[in-house]
Design a protein around this ligand. Structure first.
Ligand SMILES: Cc1cc2nc3c(=O)[nH]c(=O)nc-3n(C[C@H](O)[C@H](O)[C@H](O)COP(=O)(O)O)c2cc1C
Length: 171
């Protein structure tokens, strides 16, 4: 089997925003898709080792910021290369609050979702969620393949510089 064929499936990239007693969290996600329009629902495949996964349960609400095509690669490394168990990732990026959930200022759309059901897939959890609210603007979305082809190195370089200096390039 040629697993590279799976890379030909088109995705966007998203930042989830979650909240627990400690602080806000969330991570980069590509495995996110709409499954029904009436009512609007999505599924999201979440790695069980992630802090984000521990926070999401049936009934939990979370935000999903859709990354725009011109997103800073640092957003991807900030949310995808480190765990929120150690730091508050949202403190590194411009954001605002919607229903007590963080949303990226730069997003080209956002959703507020509520988990209906969580299916245990051993390494992952498949969350089926209602879309409670959806907002968008004119910016086009980032395609995951564009990140892989053109942004991965810059995301890594910006993350290494941030680790060295302790300062976010976006603030
Ligand atoms: C490009 C990219 C795509 C990712 N896609 C997913 C995904 O679909 N689902 C997921 O659970 N994690 C995904 N991750 C991994 C999480 O973003 C990463 O493990 C993160 O550090 C978890 O943070 P947390 O422990 O604060 O939840 C992706 C990471 C990157 C860089």
């Amino acid at each position: 089997m040629d697993k590279a064929a799976l890379d030909k499936i088109s995705y966007g990239l998203y930042v989830t925003g979650v909240k627990d007693e400690k602080w806000y969290g969330g991570c980069i996600v590509d495995a996110f898709m709409q499954v029904t329009l009436v009512p609007p629902t999505i599924v999201y495949s979440s790695m069980r080792k992630n802090r984000t996964d521990e926070i999401l349960k049936p009934g939990t609400r979370f935000s999903v910021s859709v990354l725009p095509a011109d997103v800073s690669p640092f957003i991807i490394s900030n949310f995808g290369f480190q765990s929120g168990r150690l730091i508050d990732k949202w403190a590194n990026v411009p954001h605002y609050m919607v229903d007590d959930l963080p949303v990226l200022t730069d997003a080209c759309a956002y959703f507020i979702c509520e988990v209906i059901e969580a299916k245990d897939l051993e390494t992952h959890t498949l969350f089926h969620c209602n879309v409670i609210d959806a907002v968008q603007n004119d910016k086009p979305p980032l395609i995951y393949a564009s990140y892989r082809e053109a942004m991965k190195k810059e995301a890594t370089d910006l993350f290494m510089a941030y680790k060295k200096s302790g300062k976010s390039p976006l603030l």
